[in-house]
Unconditional design. Structure first.
Length: 205
């Protein structure tokens, strides 16, 4: 059921792209008819102007090619109408789910709205769990030090990309969480890299 809207959106885009391609030949055919008139002017000036415009277009397109691997295989972005329609459907589906949960559990109140602090907290809890915090009683802590490093780096990227767009409270929370996660990482890695202390020699009788 959830896959059908995606296929419909993709099909609509393909249909629009095909319609645009079918509408372009008449527009491209006119310059083709006017092309023979170009040799009548053997001056080199127009050719130089065309080359310069092509170079300017290449320079304008250059910033888009700075990250070639990032957009490889990515579908075209949704239109504003598609995004609005999808968000409305998502909100309605989430509300139906919440109503169903509250019908089965009347004691459960409405869920609070998700905010920026929940995102930061999610990263922080994930990093601490990856560094072995909060093990169940009787179990040894499981450490994923490389996963913890990746999560902390994601927090740093979040802090960099949101710089100047956060409230003072949000920025203070993010910087504090990032500092605490890095400190826990430093303490753990220093313990892991510390040389093993040899056991004391047995006492002589």
């Amino acid at each position: 059921m959830s896959d059908t809207p995606k296929f419909e959106v993709i099909d609509r885009r393909k249909m629009k792209a095909e319609e645009e391609k079918e509408g372009t030949p008449p527009a491209t055919a006119e310059p083709a008819q006017a092309a023979p008139a170009a040799p009548a002017e053997p001056t080199a000036g127009p050719r130089l102007v065309v080359n310069e415009t092509r170079r300017e277009e290449a320079k304008e397109a250059a910033p888009q090619a700075e990250e070639p691997g990032l957009m490889d295989g990515m579908p075209p972005p949704p239109t504003a109408a598609e995004s609005h329609e999808q968000k409305a459907a998502y909100d309605a589906s989430a509300q139906r789910l919440e109503d169903l949960i509250r019908a089965q559990n009347p004691a459960v109140g409405p869920q609070p709205p998700i905010g920026f602090e929940h995102l930061v907290q999610q990263f922080y809890v994930t990093a601490m769990l990856q560094m072995g915090a909060g093990p169940q009683e009787g179990q040894r802590p499981r450490v994923d030090i490389m996963g913890a490093r990746a999560t902390i780096d994601l927090l740093a990227i979040l802090a960099e990309k949101t710089k100047g767009n956060l409230t003072p409270n949000e920025d203070r929370m993010l910087q504090t969480v990032l500092f605490e996660a890095r400190m826990a990482f430093l303490e753990l890695t220093s313990m892991m890299s510390a040389p093993a202390v040899p056991p004391p020699p047995p006492a002589k009788k």
